[in-house]
Design a protein around this ligand. Structure first.
Ligand code: GLC
Ligand code: MG
Length: 569
């Protein structure tokens, strides 16, 4: 073989090899995620706080759901000012949750079950209790003096006009340095200075430390706030006083200098390169990045070289209406087409539980689950969603959430009116396991850190395990369907336009390698009927359905859903 021929031969083999590798990998694109808030999942030692050993004891339950990946909200060392999102040591478990041996055991136990494990990474800020901040704030000339965002004030005033994500003042004066530090979030969560290469290296090493222990990926906390304008310039004026859905504008400014900064994109790529140092298995990053698609989509990189996935928050604020969902998934398909993948999220530890938008109806929740598991996108289930856990009713004076304290002055009627909970305790109550004391979350004599939500007598794992048609078993069936049908986890999707079928009916096709399905979801209380095409339609799954197909007609009962397999003649 001549040199050129040999070269070509190896080039072709090499390219082919790369391609097969790409096909086999990207498991994260087709996975399903279950989010655990460790403080609230299962308490093993009777202190009323959930812990790692408790979680380990419930892994078989999680496996039984059919989800592949578990994402854990932070359990690192923390003064718990923001219940773990204020980290004082990124390499150690907080004693509330257990020890590093427990973390190792957790990673192993998850992997033993063929599942994946995702940690939460709070890169934007540390706790004020972190030794880095203690050192940084002690003087202007210590070795870590430039690890956070420090600046002189303007006379007695803060360095510039920046406001934080709550539209409150973002600068805080420290007499030790006669300077101000910046916080995108709460006052005790100082933002790190990511323009300092030492900060980057220290954090990347932490990332490598956990990847080395086998962690399969990270959820990146408020990634949209990570970089700020290098010169700390003022935010530009905007004629907008009150906050709205557009989180970028309020108090007469647009937060372009400190939120959704374009430099976040380069950092996303650097982080991707760090996790790509680890192969077999491939790892992934999912970003919490709140903002318009124009700001968050670039985080994925033009060549899929940024974050692997981003959470999409518009779905969280859904109206239970076919039209709302039709518009939104059409938008998702436009903004995140192959090879990108959307995420399908209805709630998390910062939002009202989706039950609020479902009028606490378990029937509606089944339809929503059918929707979630048959869409193109990575489904993310927040713990308790699978049993229909409700938002707790917790009085303002009893709130533990620091955000509730920030907004202490806000009258109750305004609190109720906002789309997000001012007191996030409402969605963080203990997981409901059975009908024993404290819903089986902790021992009888213990005091759970938050109260048990209403409805726990019916909405718990033991009761719903035993009930064939329960929401819990519906989730299991649907995840099973998704796991066994490539069309749902990997296939293409086409959404049926609003004029084709009755308007309360949402319909879409899924297809993979010639296998085709039609999904029909009836968001109204009345039966909806449609004429089917010439192909053969076989019902493979139904919610609230018996004889859904009569000849060429499909009848979808009120709040019912159908999955039909289409066979060409
Ligand atoms: C994210 C977390 C939230 C936390 C905040 C600050 O939004 O989801 O729970 O309070 O970041 O870290
Ligand atoms: Mg920042």
């Amino acid at each position: 073989m001549s040199f050129t021929r040999a070269f070509l031969f190896f080039l072709i083999i090499g390219l082919w090899g790369n391609q097969t590798q790409a096909q086999n990998s990207e498991w994260w694109k087709h996975t399903s995620v279950y989010q655990i808030y460790p403080r609230s999942y299962k308490d093993s030692d009777g202190d009323g706080i959930g812990d790692l050993k408790g979680i380990i004891s419930k892994l078989d339950y999680i496996k039984s759901l059919g989800v592949e990946t578990i994402w854990f909200s932070p359990f690192y060392q923390s003064p718990q000012g923001d219940f773990g999102y204020d980290i004082s040591d990124y390499r150690h478990a907080d004693e509330d949750y257990g020890s590093n041996q427990d973390i190792d055991a957790l990673i192993e136990a998850v992997h033993d079950r063929g599942m994946k494990i995702v940690f939460d990474l709070v890169l934007n800020h540390t706790s004020i209790e972190h030794k880095w901040f203690k050192e940084s704030s002690s003087s202007r000339d210590n070795p870590k003096s430039d690890w956070y965002i420090w600046s002189d004030g303007q006379g007695k005033k803060p360095p510039n006009n920046w406001i934080n994500v709550f539209n409150k003042d973002a600068w805080h004066y420290m007499p030790e340095r006669d300077q101000w530090y910046y916080t995108a979030f709460l006052d005790f969560q100082p933002d790190l200075n990511w323009r300092n290469p030492e900060v980057k290296e220290a954090m990347f090493d932490i990332v490598r430390y956990w990847l080395g222990k086998g962690v399969d990926g990270f959820r990146l906390d408020i990634f949209n706030c990570i970089m700020e304008d290098e010169n700390l310039s003022d935010n530009p004026f905007k004629f907008k006083i009150l906050p709205s859905k557009d989180a970028m504008k309020a108090r007469f400014q647009e937060k372009t200098m400190n939120i959704n900064h374009p430099d976040n994109i380069a950092l996303a790529k650097e982080l991707r390169a760090v996790i790509d140092e680890f192969e077999n298995p491939e790892r992934f990053l999912v970003g919490e990045a709140i903002g318009p698609p124009t700001a968050i989509k670039p985080l994925l990189g033009d060549n899929q070289d940024g974050l692997n996935l981003v959470f999409l928050f518009d779905m969280v604020y859904f109206d239970f209406k076919a039209g709302f969902f039709r518009d939104l998934i059409t938008e998702f398909e436009e903004d995140f087409p192959e090879p990108l993948m959307p995420t399908i999220v209805f709630g998390n530890h910062d939002q009202f539980r989706s039950m609020k938008r479902l009028d606490n109806s378990l029937e509606k929740a089944k339809l929503l689950a059918l929707f979630q598991m048959t869409l193109r996108g990575v489904p993310v289930v927040y713990y308790g969603e699978e049993i229909g856990m409700q938002n707790a009713d917790i009085k303002k004076k009893d709130a533990l959430d620091p955000i509730s304290h920030v907004f202490n002055g806000l009258p109750q009627f305004l609190r109720n009116w906002l789309p997000v909970p001012v007191n996030r305790d409402v969605c963080r109550t203990p997981m409901q396991w059975d009908t024993t004391a404290h819903a089986g979350f902790t021992s009888e004599n213990a005091q759970p850190w938050l109260p048990i939500s209403d409805g726990a007598e019916e909405r718990n794992v033991a009761v719903q395990n035993a009930e064939e048609n329960s929401l819990l078993n519906t989730y299991r069936e649907l995840l099973d369907l998704r796991n066994s049908t490539d069309a749902f986890s990997k296939g293409s999707m086409s959404v049926v336009g609003k004029k084709e079928f009755p308007k309360n009916l949402l319909a879409y096709y899924r297809e993979f390698e010639g296998e085709k399905y039609l999904i029909l979801l009836n968001f109204s209380k009345k039966t909806q009927s449609i004429e089917l095409g010439a192909e053969t339609y076989k019902m493979i799954y139904g919610i609230g359905q018996e004889d859904a197909i009569k000849g060429k007609q499909a009848n979808i009962s009120g709040l019912g859903g159908l999955v039909l397999k289409i066979e060409e003649h």
